[in-house]
Each structure stands twice: as structure tokens, then as C-alpha cells.
Ligand binder design. Structure first.
Ligand code: SAM
Length: 258
């Protein structure tokens, strides 16, 4: 069901990581939606959203459906589907994604397929990472820098494209879209001492641990030591801000009016 050897262990822990991560990336995602012109009223008088994931558990068993109901939200629905083949023939006002093109083997073709499901003049907006650009260095935060390099290696070995953010503009153009000339490019930074910082990267390591071990990039003991000692000590000793993300690129485009 996946194009890649999906880099994260699916299940409750990973869904919690994604929920925490959604808080971290919420403001940046809102800036993208505003920049792209996505707003209230799209698709109907109040507006409605269809959320799509190939992972049925992410929708039904554990997370999205329960959270929707708990918040009393009625204009959001979820579908287990490949986003590239959702509801042929139906036209949406916009297609939006975050951390998803990186898991598709042909992101340009995916953009072309999304564009087919968006009305002329509608919007495609995607927020993806550019893992070749980090806000940490081996000199200042060697433990975090080493972990980020390890995570990037896992993405690469799995067949994912962790640097896809840098290619969004050209890929959108290749897909026949008109990318906005000013994408957003942001790091999320956070105080090193705050528990959120440690939690963020510890969760990431935990979700990737099976693949790190499978690919022979480290043992469970080595990763646990890197996180619980090297990273923790480094964050406690650090002053100021450290990154919670690689460089994040938000790029949007219009589907040409016919
Ligand atoms: C790293 S998670 C990001 C989830 C969410 N977009 C977010 O930002 O929190 C990537 C998700 O993309 C889903 N995915 C991968 N390929 C997909 C596809 N072709 N169609 C729909 N979902 C896909 C995975 O199942 C996974 O849940």
C-alpha cells in the first residue's frame, strides 16, 4: 500500500507523535493556507474538508475520527485511500498535503493527478521538508546533528525523498501548474531546555527505531544511548533555541483556468 518501505513504525506511539507534531507545525501550516488563499466557504457555504490516508488505522481505529468527533466537528470526513486516486471525477477547490509527497515515488506525477481533481483556478498547497538544510551543526549540537543525519539516511534507504521541499516549485511547474514565486521557508525553533524539544526528537527516534535497526544503521542500545544520554545532556547544556524541524518549504500553485 506504500510506495516506500515506510520509515515509521505505525501504531499508537506513531499517531501520538503525529498529533504532537501537528501542534509544532500548526502555525506554519496556517501561514501556508492563508498565503495560498484557502479559506472559509470553500466547497459549500461553510466549507468542508476530506482527509485522506492510506493507513486506515490512522483514520478509524486510533486517531482522526475520534478526534473529529471529540471536537464536535461536522464538516470534516476521512477516507482510507491513495490520495492520488481519490474520487475520480469529483472536483475539489484545493488539494493540501504535509509530509506526504516525500513518500511518493513520483511526486511530479502525484501533483499532476491531484491537479486533475482540483477545479480550474483552484489551489494545490504542500508543505514538505528540505532535509539537506538544518539549523544545527556538528560544532554546536553534535548529538542532534548526528541524529538528524541518521533520520535522513533512514528516509533515503526507505525510498522516501527527505529533500523534496527544495523541488516543490520545479515539480509543480513540471506538473503543469503555476507555482507562486514566493514559497515560505521556515525552521521551527524552540528553547533547548523545554521538555517539548527532547520529546520531539525522542519520539522521532522511537518511531524510526525498527528501520534504523533493519537497515543496520544502529542497534537499539546505541540509539537509546544517543537519545537518552547524548541528546538529553546536550539539550540540558544548551542555551537558546534549537531546531524542531529541518527547513520546511511551503509551496502553493494555481491550477490553470481553462
Ligand atoms: C509523516 S505522515 C504525515 C501525516 C500528516 N499529513 C501530518 O502532517 O501530520 C505521512 C502520512 O502519509 C500517508 N501516505 C503515504 N502515502 C500516501 C498516499 N499515496 N496516499 C495517502 N496517504 C499517504 C502515510 O500513511 C502517513 O500517514
Amino acid at each position: 500500500m506504500d510506495d516506500t518501505d515506510y520509515a515509521f513504525r505505525r501504531g499508537r506511539g506513531e499517531y501520538e507523535r503525529l498529533i504532537d507534531q501537528a501542534e509544532i507545525f500548526g502555525p506554519l501550516t496556517e501561514r501556508m493556507l492563508h498565503g495560498a488563499g484557502i479559506g472559509a466557504g470553500m466547497h459549500g457555504p461553510e466549507g468542508s474538508v476530506t482527509g485522506v490516508d492510506v493507513d486506515g488505522d490512522a483514520i478509524a481505529v486510533a486517531v482522526a475520527e475520534q478526534r473529529r468527533a471529540a471536537h464536535g466537528i461536522t464538516n470534516v470526513s476521512f477516507r482510507q485511500a491513495d490520495a492520488r486516486s481519490l474520487d475520480p471525477g469529483r472536483l475539489f477547490d484545493a488539494a493540501v498535503g504535509r509530509f506526504v509527497l516525500m513518500f511518493m515515488h513520483d511526486p511530479t506525477e502525484a501533483l499532476r493527478l491531484f491537479a486533475e481533481r482540483v477545479r480550474p483556478g483552484g489551489i494545490l498547497a504542500f508543505c514538505e521538508q528540505a532535509a539537506s538544510v538544518t539549523a544545527t551543526t556538528e560544532n554546536t549540537q553534535p548529538a542532534l546533528a548526528a541524529l538528524l543525519a541518521l533520520f535522513t539516511s533512514v528516509f533515503q534507504r526507505s525510498g522516501a525523498q527527505p529533500d523534496i521541499g527544495t523541488e516543490l516549485c520545479s515539480r509543480m511547474r513540471d506538473a503543469g501548474l503555476q507555482p507562486h514565486p514566493r514559497p515560505l521557508a521556515e525552521f521551527v525553533l524552540h528553547p533547548a531546555h523545554d521538555t517539548l524539544t527532547y520529546r520531539r526528537w525522542a519520539q522521532f527516534a522511537r518511531s524510526m527505531l525498527p528501520k534504523i535497526v533493519d537497515y543496520g544503521l544502529g542497534t537499539e542500545e546505541e540509539i537509546r544511548h544517543s537519545v537518552e544520554h547524548n541528546l538529553r545532556d546536550e539539550l540540558l547544556a544548551a542555551t537558546g533555541l534549537v531546531p524542531l524541524s529541518w527547513l520546511m518549504i511551503s509551496q502553493w500553485a494555481r491550477v490553470p483556468a481553462q
